[in-house]
Design a protein around this ligand. Structure first.
Ligand code: SAH
Ligand code: F3S
Length: 459
C-alpha cells in the first residue's frame, strides 16, 4: 500500500509540462461490475502517466470521467441523472471536459454527444489507450469519440493504479469481452470478442501486489472458465497464481456453468489459498427459458455441476445471478426458478428484473411481455426465498470457526473490524488491535441475514 502511494506520488511529481494533463485535476466515477472498477484502475494509470492529479470531488476537477454500465436500463438512467450535475458545473466552468467511458459509451457511441450537450468525450472499453489523444481533440474544439472494439487489446502492459482501494484486496483482469451471446445480454456488444491476457503478466501483477502488501486477488472475466492462452487453461492459471504465495488468497469471477470443469474444481480443492467460493449464474430454473436465453446448459446439467462442487469441495460457498420475468416466462417456469434455488442452496444471489436491451437477440426476437407488476412480484418472491435460504446458511455457521482475512474497519462501528471467510461471507468482530491484511480465526457467535458476527480466538 505504502509503496503504491509512493509510486503514485513519484508519478505525480515527475509529470512533465509536455504531458497533456500537467497540473490538471481529474475526477473518475465508476458504475457497474467489478470489470468496470478494474478498468477504472487502468484509466487512472493512463491519466496519472499524463500528469493528471486525482481529485476527490467533481466540483474542482478539470476533467470528469464516468465509467458506465449498460446492463439494465436503470443503470443508464442513473448516469443520465448524474449528468445534470456535471452540466451545472460546466455552466460555471466552460473549459471543464466531461467524458463517458465504458459500456454505455460503447452502446450509444456518437448518439451520446448528440443527446447530452455537456458530453465532450465518448471512449469505449477497448480504446482507453487513446484517451489522451481524445482529450487533446476536445481541447482543439472537437468532440473526442473512440468506440472501436479490438480483438487483441488486454492492456496487459499497463499497471493498474488502485487509488481508492483498501490495500488488501485487488482485482486483476485476466480476459476481456464475451462470446457467449446470451440473448438478454448487451455485454458482447459493448465489450466485444473474448480474448485472454498473457498469463505471465497476470502472475507478475499478482506477485507485485503481494509484495505491496495485498493479500487477496480476484481474477476477472465475463467467463473465466474459458480462459486459454496457448496451453494455459484457467485451471493452470489458477494454479500459477496460487503458487505466488500461500498467503495470497485467490478468488475469481464469473464462471459460466457450461465451462465449469472438474479440473477447475480439483485445482480449487488442491490449494488452501484458492477460495472455496464459486459464483455460478443460473439465470432461470426452467429449461425452456434457459433455451431462449441462449444459455448452453439445462436445469439438470446445472444441478449436476452444483452436485460436483458439493462433492469435490465440501463446504464451498456458491452464489448466483437470477433474472425474473424474462420474455414469455410463465408462472410455472418462475416456480421452477424457486425450486432450483432451494435445491442449489445458494449463499448469495444477485437478483434482477429483466430489462430489455436494444440490439440484443432477445430484443429482436422475443416480446418483453411480462407486465411490470408481475416482474416485480416474481422478483420479490425470489428475493424473499433467497433471504430465507441465506439466513439458514448463516445460522448453520453459528459456533464454527472461520479463517478471515481482515479487510478493514466495519462501516457500522469503528470498534469492529470486518473481513471475509473463504466462502466470501462477511464476518464482523471486535477490532482489538487486529491489523488489515492479516489472517485471524473467528468463532461465529451471532448472525443476521447478511452478516456473521464473531470473536477472534487466536492472538
Ligand atoms: N458473465 C458476466 C455477466 C455479466 S452481467 C459476469 O461477469 O458477471 C451480470 C448479470 O446481469 C447477468 O448474469 C444477468 O443475471 C444480469 N443481466 C444481464 N443482462 C440483463 C438484462 N437485460 N436484464 C436483467 N438482468 C440482466
Ligand atoms: Fe452476458 Fe452471457 Fe456473456 S450474461 S457477459 S453474454 S456469459
Amino acid at each position: 500500500m505504502n509503496k503504491q502511494i509512493a509510486d503514485i506520488e513519484e508519478i505525480i511529481s515527475s509529470a512533465g509540462k509536455s504531458k497533456t494533463g500537467a497540473n490538471l485535476k481529474f475526477f473518475l466515477e465508476t458504475y457497474g461490475c467489478q470489470m468496470n472498477f478494474s478498468d477504472s484502475e487502468l484509466v487512472t494509470s493512463i491519466l496519472l502517466d499524463q500528469g493528471y492529479i486525482p481529485s476527490a470531488t467533481p466540483s474542482d476537477a478539470d476533467l470528469i470521467l464516468t465509467n458506465t454500465c449498460a446492463i439494465r436500463e436503470n443503470a443508464e438512467e442513473k448516469v443520465r441523472k448524474r449528468l445534470y450535475e456535471f452540466r451545472k458545473l460546466k455552466l460555471r466552468k466552460p473549459e471543464l471536459v466531461v467524458g463517458i467511458l465504458g459500456c454505455m459509451a460503447e452502446r450509444l457511441k456518437e448518439k451520446l454527444v448528440e443527446e447530452e450537450d455537456c458530453i465532450d468525450l465518448v471512449v469505449g472499453p477497448d480504446a482507453y489507450r487513446t484517451l489522451p489523444a481524445c482529450i487533446a481533440e476536445v481541447r482543439e474544439g472537437r468532440k473526442g469519440v473512440n468506440v472501436i472494439l479490438s480483438k487483441e487489446e488486454t492492456y496487459s502492459d499497463i499497471q493498474p493504479v488502485r487509488l481508492g482501494g483498501n490495500g488488501v484486496t485487488a482485482l486483476i483482469s485476466i480476459m476481456r469481452g464475451c462470446d457467449n451471446m446470451c440473448s438478454f445480454c448487451v455485454v458482447p456488444f459493448t465489450r466485444g470478442r473474448e480474448r485472454s491476457r498473457n498469463p505471465d503478466t497476470i502472475v507478475n501483477e499478482a506477485r507485485n501486489l503481494f509484495s505491496m502488501g495485498y493479500r487477496e486477488v480476484t481474477l476477472l472475466g465475463q467467463n473465466v472458465n474459458s480462459y486459454q492462452w496457448n496451453d494455459t487453461s484457467f485451471a493452470k492459471l489458477l494454479e500459477r497464481v496460487a503458487m505466488v504465495s500461500p498467503l495470497l488468497r485467490i478468488r475469481f469471477s464469473t464462471s459460466n456453468p457450461q465451462d465449469m470443469t472438474d479440473e477447475v474444481l480439483y485445482t480449487i480443492k488442491k490449494y488452501h489459498n484458492i477460495c472455496k467460493y464459486i459464483h455460478l449464474p443460473v439465470q432461470s430454473g426452467s429449461d425452456r427459458v434457459l433455451q431462449i436465453m441462449n444459455r448452453s446448459y439445462n436445469r439438470s446439467f446445472y444441478l449436476e455441476r452444483i452436485k460436483a462442487i458439493r462433492e469435490i469441495i465440501p463446504g464451498c460457498g456458491i452464489s448466483t445471478d437470477i433474472i425474473a420475468g424474462f420474455c414469455s416466462e410463465t408462472e410455472e417456469e418462475h416456480a421452477e426458478t424457486l425450486t432450483l434455488m432451494q435445491e442449489a442452496g445458494y449463499n448469495f444471489a444477485y437478483m434482477f428484473k429483466y430489462s430489455e436491451r436494444p440490439g440484443t437477440l432477445a430484443a429482436r426476437k422475443y416480446k418483453d411481455d411480462i407486465p411490470e407488476e408481475v416482474k416485480s412480484r416474481r422478483l420479490s418472491e425470489i428475493i424473499e426465498l433467497h433471504r430465507q435460504i441465506s439466513h439458514q446458511s448463516n445460522i448453520n455457521d453459528l459456533n464454527t470457526v472461520h479463517e478471515v482475512l481482515v479487510e478493514g474497519r466495519s462501516r457500522k462501528s469503528s470498534q469492529y473490524m470486518f473481513g471475509r471467510n473463504t466462502q466470501n461471507k462477511v464476518i464482523v468482530f471486535p477490532a482489538d488491535g487486529h491489523k488489515q491484511g492479516t489472517y485471524v480465526q473467528v468463532l461465529v457467535k451471532k448472525c443476521t441475514t447478511a452478516t456473521l458476527i464473531g470473536e477472534v480466538i487466536n492472538g
